[in-house]
Design a protein around this ligand. Structure first.
Ligand SMILES: CC(=O)N[C@H]1[C@@H](OP(=O)(O)OP(=O)(O)OC[C@H]2O[C@@H](n3ccc(=O)[nH]c3=O)[C@H](O)[C@@H]2O)O[C@H](CO)[C@@H](O)[C@@H]1O
Ligand SMILES: C=C(OP(=O)(O)O)C(=O)O
Length: 428
């Protein structure tokens, strides 16, 4: 186990290259199960979620070669081996093994997923979709059992707009007989990326990226080569920290269109944001002004940037209200920001931030992935030394984060925890 140490206050400049999107990667890799010949995905982020999915595919008989950012998966020898616990619980996206294995083998046993603890994260809409396609779904001792004699296309209305349910239903439906229509589908760019891979594998999908997706099932899917989209959340995180501490930071390999809600907010706060086709250039404002933020489904402000943004708002003049409409309890980072002198109250689903304050370095713990990003940004803004534990959460979603920050001139490094520190972290 590691900790990250930051000495704050240094101006950041230069450029940072964004990696492939975590939330695409974790769906594209399981999608390969549906093919009958090798699938290559290029440009993956080097994160632990990818490593774990690789091992899970190997457990079911996949031959997987992962080198740097490229993976080749030969799914031809895979079987419907049950995956009831263990690694499955280490990430959220293991739920995509349900849709992909159901699509290919018409049966699967997958443990309930893990991922960030952000309040309740049910998967009832995934299950509703699988059942509508003809699967019998039961929950036995924390594992979901799925079985179907045959999958048949269906019209499925999602009661909640869900990224995971939209993709998972798509994964099963591409191998169902006949036509599936997903209504009230999520529209995130990662959904289009997965639909693009599936289409290159021979699937027939229309409407990905809109709220109605139409799928015509096919009997066979083949391998292909696919390049992943850039990670809009990683890009947004660097844009936010550049807004706090940057004197000219170029965020490279980004699709600015995916980040319009963030760009608009940063400009509202006084940050200068210039965009080109695949780059964003940020110059810190002379004075940041407070802004209210409400997280919404895409193209609204992403919940995954709510926590990083909270750190930035501690430096803005006035009172900001940040409301998370997607997750009821995505505020565990606030207690840690308070240790660093932030003036924030949580009321229901909102955090009320009064600024500006000078943050001070402290020993803090990342309780989830974006809490970790928020604390890193706070550490870079703070006076003195910040020590962040819970780094394994950060490693789920940020490729080479320390090296990328060092490249911008940050005074940041990683250390291994001593046994005594490890004990303290476990007990805290
Ligand atoms: C691996 C991955 O891609 N993770 C992302 C995905 O998570 P995830 O796919 O888990 O998030 P969803 O879009 O499904 O969840 C959105 C909301 O719907 C609710 N819900 C969801 C499914 C369901 O069956 N029933 C239900 O009630 C959830 O509790 C939440 O309140 O989208 C989230 C929302 O953009 C992001 O924060 C996560 O980074
Ligand atoms: C919540 C997140 O991830 P996951 O759904 O994988 O837990 C995230 O990426 O911020």
């Amino acid at each position: 186990m590691d900790k990250i140490k930051v000495i704050g206050g240094k101006t950041l400049k230069g450029s940072v290259k964004i990696s492939g999107a975590k939330n695409s990667a974790v769906a594209l890799i399981p999608a390969s199960i549906l093919a009958e010949s090798p699938v290559t995905i290029e440009g993956l982020p080097e994160i632990s979620d990818v490593e774990i999915l690789k091992k899970l595919l190997e457990e079911i008989g996949g031959v997987v070669h992962l080198e740097d950012q490229d993976i080749t998966i030969d799914p031809s020898m895979m079987t419907s081996m049950p995956l009831p616990n263990g690694k499955v619980k280490k990430l959220r996206a293991s739920y995509y093994l349900m849709g992909a294995m159901l699509g290919r083998f018409k049966k699967a046993v997958i443990g309930l997923p893990g991922g960030c603890h952000l309040g309740p994260r049910p998967i009832d809409q995934h299950i509703k979709g699988f059942e509508a396609l003809g699967a019998k779904v039961t929950n036995e001792q924390g594992a979901i059992y799925l079985r179907a004699d045959e999958l048949k296309g269906a019209r499925i209305y999602l009661d909640v707009v869900s990224v995971g349910a939209t993709i998972n239903i798509m994964l099963a439906a591409v191998r169902a007989k006949g036509k599936t229509v997903i209504e009230n589908a999520a529209k995130e760019p990662e959904i289009i990326d997965v639909a693009t891979l599936l289409t290159n594998m021979g699937a027939k999908i229309k409407g990905a990226g809109t709220d109605i997706i139409r799928i015509e099932g096919v009997d066979h899917l083949h391998g292909c080569r696919h390049t992943i989209i850039p990670d809009r959340i990683e890009a947004g995180t660097y844009m936010i920290l550049a807004s706090a501490m940057g004197r000219g930071v170029l965020v490279d390999n980004v699709i600015p269109y995916h980040l319009e809600s963030l760009i608009a907010k940063l400009r509202e706060m006084g940050v200068s944001v210039e965009t080109s086709d695949d780059q964003v250039y940020i110059s810190k404002a002379k004075k940041l002004v407070a802004a209210d933020i409400k997280t919404l489904v895409y193209p609204g402000f992403p919940t995954d940037l709510q926590q990083p943004m909270t750190a930035l708002l501690t430096n803005a003049e006035g009172t900001s209200v940040v409301t998370d409409t997607i997750y009821s309890a995505r505020f565990k980072h606030i207690d840690e920001l308070r240790r660093m002198n932030a003036n924030i109250k949580v009321e229901g689903r909102s955090a009320i931030i009064t600024g500006p304050v000078q943050l001070n370095g402290a020993k803090v713990k990342a309780t989830d992935l974006r809490a970790g990003a928020s604390l890193l940004i706070a550490g870079l803004m703070a006076r003195g030394l910040t020590e962040i534990t819970g780094v394994e959460h950060i490693d789920r979603g940020y490729s080479h984060v320390v090296e990328k920050l060092q490249g911008l001139g940050a005074n940041v490094w990683r250390e291994t925890l001593t046994e005594e520190e490890m004990e303290q972290v476990k007990n805290s």
